[in-house]
Ligand binder design. Structure first.
Ligand code: 5GP
Length: 140
């Protein structure tokens, strides 16, 4: 299994295709999922290449998890959430569709259900939700 440098998230990292970024540090980026399954649905990726958790270095995992925790706290504030769900898929059999390591961070409310996967979100709504996350981050 080799890393494809032309996968969608690699193109997002190189700014070859647009994304709505909400956070970035030296080693990781967080951006809005284009097909959100909740208002707060963020993807966290390392800046360096790896397919998934199976070939990631401990440094890549540490960098991503640091940002996953930060985003989880921001989503709790931004959406008045009651909890957070993480999703992470490895290889086709594991449900992975984009082959650059990523964690889904999802804001949850008591009794809610995740939306269906694969449904394009409303761009204006996603922008609004991104603004809420950015505001929450400044207040943390
Ligand atoms: P997974 O590999 O975790 O099964 O799914 C990939 C995720 O990436 C999906 O939740 C999908 O909505 C999201 N996604 C796919 N293409 C794009 C894109 O071009 N931009 C953004 N922001 N998200 C994407």
């Amino acid at each position: 299994m080799t890393y494809d440098p032309d996968n969608i998230f690699a193109k997002i990292l190189r700014n070859e295709i647009p994304s709505i970024r909400v956070y970035e540090d030296a080693d990781s980026v967080a951006f809005m999922d284009i097909m959100p399954r909740a208002d707060g649905h963020v993807l966290v990726i390392p800046k360096t290449p790896c397919r998934n958790m199976l070939d990631a270095t401990t440094e890549q995992m540490a960098a991503v998890m640091k940002t996953v925790q930060l985003m989880s706290r921001a989503l709790m504030v931004a959406f008045g959430a009651d909890g957070i769900t993480l999703q992470q898929f490895n290889e086709e059999a594991g449900g992975q569709e984009v082959y650059h390591l990523h964690f889904h961070v999802l804001a949850r409310h008591d009794g809610d259900h995740l939306g269906a996967p694969g449904k394009m979100g409303d761009q204006a709504k996603i922008q609004q939700n991104a603004n809420k996350i950015r505001a929450a981050l400044t207040a943390l």
